[in-house]
Design a protein around this ligand. Structure first.
Ligand code: CA
Length: 546
């Protein structure tokens, strides 16, 4: 069955393979323990089918979970993936169905729902599969959405009733959401978490800690980094006015914590690596923090500079796990060794060098300047597909659409400052001449950014278990879009530790949380010196970096 669907950029020809349709009713389905939505039990129908773009010998599968007709609430939700995956299996779908939304995922045309872009991007060494790349970039989610909207309206006989369309995703899923908001007007609202946008910068920055180590010729034992992390959290926890093991003000932490204060402190780790660093077993490590350990930690947190000291990118906040700096440990020689970050390494080999290799073999010849060149190359190659930082959202705004953007303030995989930079780019492009203080009355009326204290990468944080996570984001967005209830602070829940279940509120950027009366009262305060720590001059590039 061939149909023309009207997309934002003209017609999209889609031929559905009717023989591919599957439909499976599922009753009394229960889901619990997901940070992106509350626990729930519901019935749904699992529908999958495949389509092709006529004239192109391709096949894309989509999956929709349909709520029962009596729980359907005139809503549709598209979802995305993580890393190089364009979907999250079926993990994101309950987040919509429990709110009466038909919820969709796509396989991007990569073969099946488990195959990721990196497996199909190179047809051979040096031969790119640009169709797959652009499907991953933005086409597949757009098609998932317009197909899902059409399917939903027909299935529930909606005739002229309004169908509210949403998106929810985190990490690459956050970038997937932005790929839609920046180009299309198909959505009424989106929840975008810790987006992996500014792709060229984001993927190369994963290698920064490794290149710091390689340049210094020193590989810190992971246990030493773990000690530095614990000391950072202990020092910075009270700066926010509340002693709860959570660094809610990483900006004050950055202004006040000195990595050199950890030099000489003893550390000891058992022969099992803390799970936040990965799951493989390691040798027991004992020692004291050295000046080089502290220097690796300081530089890793500072971010990419070129050999002339010009800044090319920023890095993680202090209190974030030194995930990219992880080393392996050889207990025969008692030495730590280089582990090249898999995400950054694969990006360079497959997407820049166009070699079908899953990581760099070593860092021979790789300097600080090499990283800047790699960013520049990827920026040019993928500016219109993966970079995803177009800062003019006027078309989306004109539809009345709403955006709820959040980012863990202890994110170890995508720097929290990355979201701040994009938010400020949008504000400065769309509201030139305004100041931080104008946020609430300008951009904040339809696009809000929340930095989530203590949260890790799209997850709660074992190192800061008392931190809240905004688990009800889609409900908040729905209330904003459908009932005009604009969130002020963002609703959140403590998901780990002894306070699990406790409600907390998260301040909207650029306001920052500050507790008084022994940590019992929170205020969202304006603090210029803290705000300034989030703003970076990327003077290694002549082009503006949105
Ligand atoms: Ca605290």
């Amino acid at each position: 069955m061939q149909d023309l669907f009207l997309g934002d950029w003209g017609n999209i020809a889609i031929a559905i393979d009717l023989s591919s349709v599957t439909a499976t009713p599922v009753t009394n389905f229960s889901i619990s323990g997901n940070v992106m939505y509350p626990d729930a039990t519901f019935d749904y129908c699992d529908v999958t089918f495949a389509y092709t773009h006529p004239g192109r010998d391709d096949r894309t599968q989509v999956r929709y979970w349909l709520p029962t007709p009596n729980t359907f609430s005139n809503r549709y939700l598209s979802t995305g993936g993580g890393g190089f995956a364009i979907n999250s299996g079926t993990r994101s779908l309950p987040g919509g169905v429990q709110y009466g939304a038909v919820s969709g995922a796509t396989d991007g045309g990569f073969g099946n729902f488990s195959i990721q872009l990196d497996a199909v991007w190179l047809l051979d060494n040096g031969t790119e599969n640009w169709e797959a790349l652009y499907m991953f970039g933005f086409h597949a989610i757009h098609e998932l959405t317009i197909l899902g909207q059409d399917f939903t309206k027909q299935f529930y006989n909606m005739s002229d009733d309004k169908l509210y369309s949403y998106y929810q995703g985190c990490s690459e899923g956050g970038r997937d959401g932005w790929s839609q908001l920046q180009r299309f007007t198909t959505l009424d609202g989106a929840v975008t978490g810790a987006p992996a946008f500014r792709f060229a910068h984001q993927q190369v920055q994963h290698l920064w800690s490794n290149v710091v180590q390689h340049t210094l010729g020193y590989y810190p034992p992971t246990c030493a980094l773990s000690k530095i992390l614990n000391e950072t959290i202990a020092f910075c926890d009270p700066l926010d006015g509340k002693v709860d093991g959570v660094v809610s003000r990483t900006d004050l932490c950055k202004l006040q914590f000195d990595y050199n204060s950890t030099i000489g402190l003893p550390y000891s780790c058992p022969a099992v690596r803390p799970t936040v660093f990965g799951t493989w077993a390691d040798a027991a490590q004992n020692g004291t923090v050295t000046a080089l350990d502290a220097e690796v930690a300081r530089l890793s947190t500072d971010g990419i500079h070129d050999s002339q000291g010009r800044r090319a990118y920023f890095s993680y906040t202090p209190s974030s796990v030194f995930y990219d700096a992880v080393t392996s440990y050889d207990n025969i020689t008692d030495t730590a060794n280089l582990v090249i970050n898999a995400m950054g390494g694969e990006y360079v080999t497959k997407f820049l060098q166009l070699l079908n290799e899953s990581n760099l073999p070593d860092l021979e010849g790789v300097t600080y300047d090499t990283l800047v060149e790699w960013i520049d190359q990827g920026w040019h190659m993928y500016e219109d597909s993966l970079q995803t930082t177009w800062p003019d959202l006027s078309k989306f705004q004109a539809t009345g659409g709403k955006i709820l953007h959040y980012h863990g303030e202890s994110d170890f995989s995508i720097p929290t400052a990355s979201s701040v930079r994009y938010y400020e780019s949008v504000r400065n492009i769309m509201y030139p001449g305004t100041t931080f203080n104008d946020t609430e009355d300008t951009i904040g009326d339809w696009y809000r950014l929340y930095l989530v204290p203590g949260a890790a990468h799209c997850a709660a944080n074992l190192n800061e278990p008392n931190a809240p996570f905004p688990q009800t984001n889609l409900a908040v967005l729905v209330d904003w879009v459908e009932n005009g209830v604009k969130p002020s602070t963002l609703n959140a829940t403590v998901l780990l530790g002894e306070n699990a279940g406790q409600n907390q509120q998260i301040c909207a950027w650029p306001l920052r949380p500050l507790w008084s009366n022994n940590g019992t009262e929170m205020e969202c305060v304006y603090d210029q010196e803290s705000i300034d720590t989030w703003i970076y001059d990327l003077d290694a590039f002549k082009m503006p970096v949105y």
